[in-house]
Write a protein that binds this ligand. Structure first.
Ligand code: AR6
Length: 175
């Protein structure tokens, strides 16, 4: 039985096979969860990102790439690029859904059984937290329904507000 687990805390401390990073299209800079992952994971992660950039020129919104996890307890970091919220007129919902689905697909291809997501786009990119939580849970459920390799999906919130929104959305999705 696969599960969705809502956790409050710092994603860099989590022992999952893969943790997801909310990056930007350059893959090469940023604060928020990006800063925390690169600080805790060390230089090796950035070195791999640079190789990806040299090969394919960064990462598009909604897509995902994978690297090693350096000093982190995880095995891999999956870097995905969420949409900047622009009032919903720019297909932001679909783009955010694709971040979750593509990250889960990449985790599956790399034989991961557990994966942890931060609340992509809800920081600097200003996506409304309630909408983002609904999309996260719907996308993860959609994927888990068609794949039995992933056993646990952690949705990590750094702040209390995101944590309680995700809890309520998860409960609502179970009824
Ligand atoms: N663990 C878990 N969640 C965290 C952590 C952490 N250590 N730190 C922050 N968060 P953001 P975005 C939460 O701004 O909105 C970057 O600079 C945070 O509270 O990191 O997708 C990139 O390079 C928020 O809910 O990502 C891009 O330029 C969530 O992570 C841009 O920001 C996402 O916040 C991406 O913006």
């Amino acid at each position: 039985m696969n599960q969705i687990i809502i956790v409050k805390g710092d994603i860099t401390k989590l022992e999952a096979d893969a943790i997801v990073n909310a990056a930007n299209t350059s893959l090469l800079g940023g604060g928020g969860v990006y800063g925390a992952i690169h600080r805790a994971g060390g230089k090796e992660i950035l070195d791999e990102c640079k190789k990806i950039v040299a090969r394919q020129g960064g990462c598009k919104v909604g897509e995902a790439v994978i690297t090693i996890a350096g000093n982190l307890p995880a095995k891999f970091v999956i870097h995905t690029v969420g949409p900047v919220w622009n009032g919903g007129v720019n297909n932001e919902n679909e783009k955010l859904e694709r971040c979750y689905l593509n990250s889960l697909q990449l985790a599956t291809e790399n034989k991961c059984k557990t994966i942890a997501f931060p609340s992509i786009s809800t920081g600097v990119y200003r996506f409304p937290k309630d909408k983002a939580a609904k999309i996260a849970i719907t996308a993860v459920r959609k994927f888990l329904n068609i794949s039995d390799q992933i056993e646990k999906v952690f949705l990590i919130s750094f702040d209390e507000e995101n944590y309680s929104i995700l809890q309520s959305e998860l409960e609502a999705s179970e009824t």
